[in-house]
Design a protein around this ligand. Structure first.
Ligand SMILES: *Cc1c(COP(=O)(O)O)cnc(C)c1O
Length: 336
C-alpha cells in the first residue's frame, strides 16, 4: 500500500496522540486501556471524518468541483467537518439532514453540530426519516449543474473507498506510534456506523500484515448487516489500493449489543460511559457514536472478555460537539 499515490490535502492535525487511560484502567481492572485521540484531528473541533475528507476533498478538487453536497442525521459530525473544510476551501456546502429521531427539542434541532453547520455557512435542508438521501443528493446535484455549478457528492459519513483511505492512514499511523513506544496492541475498539472507519482500519492492518484485530461497536444496524457493510467497503478499498482480497471476511467483527433504542438515542449504558470517561480521565465522548462504542468496551472489560495485561486501544472518533444537542438526555442536577 502506498497512500501517496492518491490525491490528498493535508489539513488534519496528525499524528493524533496515543495516550494511556491510567486511572480508568486501574478502576476497571483487567486490560491496559489506551485511547487514540482522533477527537483531536483539528478541523472544526475534530473527529474521524477529517481524515476521510483529506482524500475526499482532494478528489473533489481533482474533478474541478466548486460545490459540495453531503448528507447525514440532524446531529451529524460528518456534516460539521465537511461544512468547515468547504468553507476553508471557498466552496459552497449543501447539507441534507435526515430527521432520524423525530426529536422536537430545540437543542437537538438547533444546537450542537447544527449550530456549527450554520456558523460555517452551510445551507441546511431537512428530510423525514427513511428518505432516500442519496436520491435527494442526486436531485440537488442535477439542479446545481443546471445552474452552472460543478457539484461533488460526498456520501453519508464520507464512507466510500476514497474516504476509507483516511482510516488506512490511521492504521499505519497507529502502528508506527505503537512500534515507536514498544506497545504491543492486542485489539483496537471503536464505534462503527457508515463503515468507512472500520473498513479503513482493517484494510490498513491487513495491508501492512500487522493483522491487529479490530472490534467495531455498532450504533445503528444489526451485526450481520454491519459486518456485511464493512466487509464490502473494505474489499472495495483493497481494490482501490491494488491489494484485492487482502481483507478476509472473518477479520470484520462488529458487536451491536449497545445500540439501545436505535440510532441517535443514547442508551443508559451510553450515558454512563460518557460520565465515566469524563470523571476519570477528563475526556468527552458523544451520545450517538463514541459513547456507545465506549460503553461496549467498558462492558466487555467488566465481563472479563479481555485478558489481564492485554493492551486495548480505543479509537476516539470524536463527536463531543453533539453533547450540546443532547443536554436533556443527561440527568444533571439543578444548582443555585
Ligand atoms: C461518523 C462517526 C463514527 C462512525 O464512523 P463510520 O466511519 O461512519 O463508521 C464514529 N464516531 C463519531 C463521533 C462519528 O461522527
Amino acid at each position: 500500500m502506498h497512500l501517496a499515490r492518491f490525491p490528498r490535502l493535508h489539513f488534519a492535525h496528525l499524528d493524533t496522540p496515543l495516550e494511556p487511560l491510567t486511572r480508568l484502567s486501574k478502576q476497571l481492572g483487567g486490560p491496559n486501556l489506551w485511547i487514540k485521540r482522533d477527537d483531536c484531528t483539528g478541523l472544526a473541533g475534530g473527529g474521524n471524518k477529517t481524515r476521510k475528507l483529506e482524500f475526499l476533498m482532494a478528489d473533489a478538487v481533482a474533478q474541478g468541483a466548486d460545490t459540495i453536497i453531503t448528507q447525514g442525521a440532524t446531529q451529524s459530525n460528518h456534516a460539521r467537518q465537511t461544512a468547515a473544510i468547504a468553507a476553508k476551501m471557498g466552496m459552497a456546502c449543501h447539507v441534507l439532514l435526515e430527521d432520524r429521531t423525530g426529536a422536537k427539542d430545540v437543542d437537538y434541532n438547533y444546537n450542537g453540530n447544527v449550530m456549527l453547520d450554520q456558523l460555517f455557512g452551510a445551507p441546511l435542508s431537512k428530510y423525514p426519516a427513511g428518505t432516500d438521501m442519496n436520491a435527494a443528493m442526486i436531485g440537488l446535484a442535477d439542479e446545481l449543474r443546471a445552474a452552472g455549478k460543478v457539484p461533488y457528492m460526498i456520501p453519508g459519513g464520507g464512507s466510500n473507498p476514497v474516504g476509507a483511505l483516511g482510516y488506512v492512514n490511521c492504521a499505519l499511523e497507529l502502528l508506527n506510534q505503537a512500534n515507536r513506544i514498544s506497545l504491543c496492541i492486542d485489539r483496537v475498539v471503536h464505534a462503527t456506523g457508515s463503515a468507512g472507519t472500520q473498513a479503513g482500519l482493517v484494510t490498513g492492518f491487513a495491508g501492512s500484515n500487522s493483522l491487529i484485530p479490530v472490534l467495531g461497536v455498532g450504533v445503528r444496524a444489526p451485526r450481520e448487516v454491519q459486518e456485511a457493510n464493512v466487509f464490502k467497503l473494505a474489499s472495495e478499498t483493497c481494490e482501490l489500493l491494488g491489494i484485492p482480497g487482502a481483507v478476509k471476511r472473518d477479520q470484520v467483527v462488529a458487536n451491536c449489543d449497545y445500540i439501545g433504542e436505535g440510532y441517535g438515542f443514547p442508551a443508559e449504558s451510553t450515558l454512563e460511559a460518557i460520565e465515566l470517561l469524563a470523571r476519570t480521565e477528563g475526556i468527552l465522548l458523544d451520545p450517538v457514536y463514541s459513547g456507545k462504542g465506549f460503553a461496549g468496551l467498558v462492558d466487555l472489560v467488566r465481563r472479563g472478555h479481555f485478558r489481564d495485561g492485554e493492551n486495548i486501544v480505543f479509537v476516539h472518533t470524536g463527536g463531543s460537539q453533539a453533547l450540546f444537542g443532547y443536554r436533556q438526555a443527561f440527568n444533571l442536577p439543578a444548582y443555585d
